[in-house]
Design a protein around this ligand. Structure first.
Ligand code: NAG
Ligand code: NAG
Ligand code: NAG
Ligand code: NAG
Ligand code: NAG
Ligand code: NAG
Ligand code: NAG
Ligand code: NAG
Ligand code: NAG
Ligand code: NAG
Ligand code: NAG
Length: 836
């Protein structure tokens, strides 16, 4: 309000003082004093002196006009402030724009363009794009522009990158702090060497890389462009290497900011709420960090050790010791005995990657992919190649030499990389892929068709909000007949070689029946959506838990066995271990390790036992669950979505280490195995993400939602059902959200915890919980981000948007109708677990 009045006043004064000039222009004889402002023609930006944050120093800058809080997008004298209000902005005798203070003779800042034209024919104009231009008044030639000297903000129509004729490099640098706009430790630059790519540097070291900018499928850039909001243009020719983005709806204000903490954030202006919302930020996941897995390693591919790094095919860890300590930064070296020069080598195709660092890559846009293969094969130093332009089929040739650095796998986008492997590896992979292909051919065509149908259906249904749910035909591979190619169906399969093969024991039905006293109700531990669980005691005294699956049909015995075998291979300290299974006629049993401490619910919601959980224990439990879930989501061979995460499905061992149970059940029971839409909504009221409960859309993000609910329950010791506050929303999430908005969310923390906890940490966890429960799946973090946020207390968290909860009026009607018929409404089968 005040600032608006002030700017109106200054505008008025300005009008009085400069009747002849327009508000956006500074003429050769004009001066702009501290307190005066220029305003762009469409009243979008203003320029003047300001003091950042709590500082009293004065800087000349450009900010958005008429917004409640001043958001500065450009600063002239970043490094040299005016210490009082004596600053003056005007032309000097040579036609340069300068800032003087205290009538000093030496300017503290200057545009510093050598004089080319007659000085008094220049004017400075603030454009509606936020660009301050110095132009020759008659010829309209732009002599200097602020867009060529970005500070920490990248605006639409601005260019990032190089003018190769003049050597001008336009890049962003963070402010040192909120109070000091001087260049800080982070910069975001377009690096033209090899093949152009963007780099975020922190303290001069590469910190994050969105990946090479490849036509059409631009990897993360496309994701940043966020489905048609932006339009990114790369120019790469002899005179210019630059990147530019344009907002398709020009009336939407938008900006990228590089922040001192090492984040590139993307903000959009929310017109109705009159505030900025953070739309996206990077780096986001552990695998985003530059070279997390060292040379020739690949990140984002969880193998059985819940460790993000694996080696590219044909490579092995360079320092296996560190590798097993979960430090992959040493990278990978060639497997022993490799031979790579004209001795029968070939290429394997890796899918959905962020391509390796292209600093030493070589590009030739005139070649086809086939020619590229030949070129790379001929040159023994060429380690990999890929297409440089995917806009019209794959075209262009991008070749790598030497080590491949900073490769990662994505779950939903990315490019193909063709990696050189020797004859031995080639033979091995070819054999594997033909084996897999035989088994998959039928499922492929069926599921491809299903995917196609699903895809189009989804597209219609979700219209704009389609970003996150559409995913992953990842493991579904198409056959090709290219001679030197091989098709990989899942990278990690190959890295598992050498692991001991754990085959799943099959138990005899009689033995299990005896162990559980013929499934007597005395031994029953509980009931869930898929059947009952019994405690058992084997002859040798080993205690077991037996899940007796209800008679679900739809799957043959071999398929069932296969699924159980796969699930049983998932081993992690935060997952309940499957010991074996048992099949007899209609009976299907799963045998698990027995955990005497029962479910988390039996502690959390029990008046006496809950006090056993102090903050330290609760945090460990929350962290353990997050890691277990991350493992399920990221194990690339299966990518399990739990779909029914809740306290009773988290068991505690005798050291209160949490173990997720019931994972993969949906899969074992023949539920839909790809992400997408299901008719069988399996889950528990109160923990289900709205898009899953109502529409049946499930994805890893619906698990993230459930995790958020669980996290808040752990902090509050209350269930997310039932009334907690008569005046506000009738559930926990709504209540927490109300308190969060008022800044009182610490009120909800479980009183039975002694006060030894760090308020900051608890607050942070509440914030993470709220981030997980955000209404739109695309806004929710992935589990790896959650683990990262939990584990790194100094990482700045985004502010959560409104969570989805049942009382949400938009969802209410749908929810009611979805739940009224309990068992089967319009073909929807809903198994709603009781939330006792
Ligand atoms: C600026 O001042 C000079 C000298 O006083 C005068 O010749 C010139 O016309 C003025 N220019 C403008 C645009 O008013
Ligand atoms: C400004 O000072 C106040 C009070 O000392 C503090 O709470 C606030 O965080 C400071 N703001 C910045 C941007 O430093
Ligand atoms: C403003 O003060 C800072 C330090 O207090 C000093 O370095 C700088 O030179 C001063 N600037 C001017 C224009 O006097
Ligand atoms: C133009 O620049 C010359 C020096 O190049 C200077 O002598 C002259 O005074 C300037 N004219 C004005 C109007 O500033
Ligand atoms: C700057 O100096 C000139 C003469 O040297 C004087 O006329 C003018 O008033 C001074 N301005 C300020 C702001 O001190
Ligand atoms: C202007 O440029 C010259 C050389 O190009 C440089 O020495 C000088 O420091 C610059 N001045 C300012 C204020 O940037
Ligand atoms: C994308 O941007 C370019 C210039 O930056 C513009 O010419 C083109 O029309 C834009 N495309 C769309 C679809 O807006
Ligand atoms: C490079 O591209 C820019 C922008 O499209 C264009 O202005 C320039 O003339 C091009 N240069 C060459 C050598 O093609
Ligand atoms: C562009 O954005 C404005 C403001 O958000 C909105 O009112 C308008 O409908 C949008 N136009 C289009 C074509 O989407
Ligand atoms: C491969 O690299 C080595 C050393 O880096 C070099 O000596 C050799 O000439 C290169 N071979 C080819 C075919 O480029
Ligand atoms: C990519 O290929 C398309 C079609 O062949 C072409 O129009 C476009 O200019 C190419 N882009 C680059 C960056 O080479």
């Amino acid at each position: 309000m005040n600032s608006q009045i002030v700017s109106l006043l200054t505008m008025f004064l300005f009008l009085v003082l400069h009747l002849t000039d327009s508000l956006d222009t500074l003429g050769p004889n004009d001066t702009l004093k501290d307190g005066d402002v220029l305003i762009s023609q469409g009243s979008i930006y203003s320029l003047g002196f300001f003091s950042p944050g709590n500082s009293s120093s004065r800087y000349l800058g450009i900010w958005y006009y008429g917004q409640p809080e001043r958001t500065v997008v450009w600063v002239a004298n970043r490094e040299n402030s005016v210490n009082d209000t004596s600053g003056v902005f005007a032309f000097d005798h040579y036609g340069n724009l300068v800032i003087h203070s205290n009538n000093g003779s030496v300017p503290i800042w200057s545009t510093n363009v050598s004089s080319m034209t007659s000085n008094n024919s220049r004017v400075a104009r603030l454009l509606d794009s936020g660009n301050l231009v110095l132009i020759h008044d008659l010829s309209k030639v732009v002599i200097w522009q602020s867009f060529d000297y970005p500070t920490d903000t990248f605006l639409p129509s601005m260019k990032l990158g190089w003018d190769l004729r003049t050597g001008l490099n336009r890049f962003m640098t963070s402010w040192k702090s909120e109070d000091d706009p001087a260049p800080g430790s982070c910069s975001y630059e377009l690096v033209p060497t090899g093949y152009p790519q963007l780099f975020l540097y922190k303290d001069q070291a590469p910190y994050w890389r969105p990946g090479p900018i490849i036509e059409k499928r631009q990897g993360i850039l496309a994701k940043m462009a966020n489905d048609f909001i932006y339009n990114i243009t790369l120019v790469n020719n002899a005179t210019e290497v630059s990147l530019k983005f344009a907002v398709i709806n020009a009336s939407v204000l938008s900006r990228y900011v590089v922040h001192e903490s090492g984040l590139v954030k993307h903000f959009m202006w929310h017109d109705e709420e009159r505030r900025w919302t953070e739309f996206n930020y990077h780096p986001q996941e552990l695998c985003d960090y530059y070279s997390k897995c060292g040379p020739n390693g690949i990140c984002g591919a969880n193998n059985a050790d819940q460790f993000d790094c694996t080696c590219l095919p044909g490579f092995e860890p360079k320092f296996p010791g560190n590798w097993y300590l979960r430090d992959g930064t040493g990278g990978c070296k060639r497997r022993q005995g490799w031979s790579m020069c004209q001795s029968g080598e070939g290429f394997v195709k890796l899918r959905q990657l962020k391509l390796p660092d292209t600093l030493t890559a070589h590009v030739d846009v005139s070649l086809s992919l086939k020619e590229c293969e030949q070129e790379c094969l001929r040159d023994c130093n060429c380690t990999a190649y890929s297409s440089a332009n995917e806009s019209m089929g794959e075209y262009g040739c991008l070749k790598w030499y030497g080590d491949l650095i900073d490769t990662r796998e994505f779950s939903d986008l990315g490019q193909n990389l063709y990696l050189r492997v020797d004859a031995i590896d080639l033979a091995r992979y070819r054999k594997r892929s033909t084996l897999v292909n035989k088994a998959m051919v039928t499922t492929i065509s069926v599921s491809a068709l299903a995917l196609l149908l699903l895809g189009s259906l989804m597209y219609c249904l979700m219209s704009k909000r389609k970003r996150d749910t559409r995913r992953r035909n990842h493991n579904v591979s198409v056959t090709t007949s290219l001679t030197n190619f091989d098709v990989l169906t899942g990278l990690k399969d190959f890295n598992r070689e050498g692991r001991p093969k754990t085959d799943l024991p099959f138990f005899d039905f009689g033995t299990v029946a005896a162990a559980t006293s013929n499934f007597s109700s005395v031994n029953e531990l509980g009931q869930g959506g898929f059947g009952s669980v019994y405690k058992g005691m084997m002859n040798n005294g080993t205690e077991i838990a037996v899940k007796r699956l209800s008679k679900y049909s739809g799957q043959g015995i071999e398929e069932f066995k296969n699924e159980v075998r796969l699930i049983a291979k998932l081993q992690h300290r935060n997952l309940v271990k499957i010991l074996g299974c048992c099949i007899q006629e209609d009976e299907k049993l799963l045998i698990y390790e027995y955990l005497p401490n029962k479910g988390l619910d039996s502690f959390l919601f029990d008046e006496t036992k809950r006090s056993l959980l102090d903050w330290g224990k609760r945090f460990n439990i929350a962290y353990g669950i997050a890691r277990g879930l991350m493992y399920l989501h990221q194990d690339s061979t299966l990518r399990i979505i739990h779909r029914d995460l809740k306290p009773s499905n988290v068991l505690l061992d005798d050291t209160l280490n949490p173990k997720i149970s019931d994972f993969g059940i949906a899969r074992i029971c023949g539920g839909d195995q790809i992400e997408g839409k299901t008719k069988h909504v399996i889950g528990t009221y109160g923990y289900m993400a709205p898009e899953y409960a109502i529409q049946g859309w499930f994805s890893i993000k619906s698990d993230v939602y459930s995790y958020g609910v669980l996290l808040l329950e752990i902090i509050t010791g209350q269930r997310n059902t039932g009334c907690y506050h008569m005046n506000t929303f009738c559930n926990l999430i709504g209540h927490v959200w109300e308190l969060w908005k008022k800044g009182q969310c610490m009120d909800i923390v479980d009183k039975s915890m002694d006060k030894t906890y760090s308020e900051k940490m608890v607050y942070r966890c509440i914030q993470i919980g709220l981030l997980c429960m955000q209404r739109y799946a695309s806004d929710r973090p992935t589990m790896s981000t959650v683990v990262f946020m939990l584990g790194n207390a100094d990482v700045v968290l985004p502010s959560p948007k409104q969570p989805a909860f049942i009382e949400d009026s938009d969802y209410n009607g749908d929810f009611q109708s979805a739940f009224n018929g309990t068992c089967s409404v319009n073909g929807l089968t809903i198994t709603v677990g009781e939330a006792r």
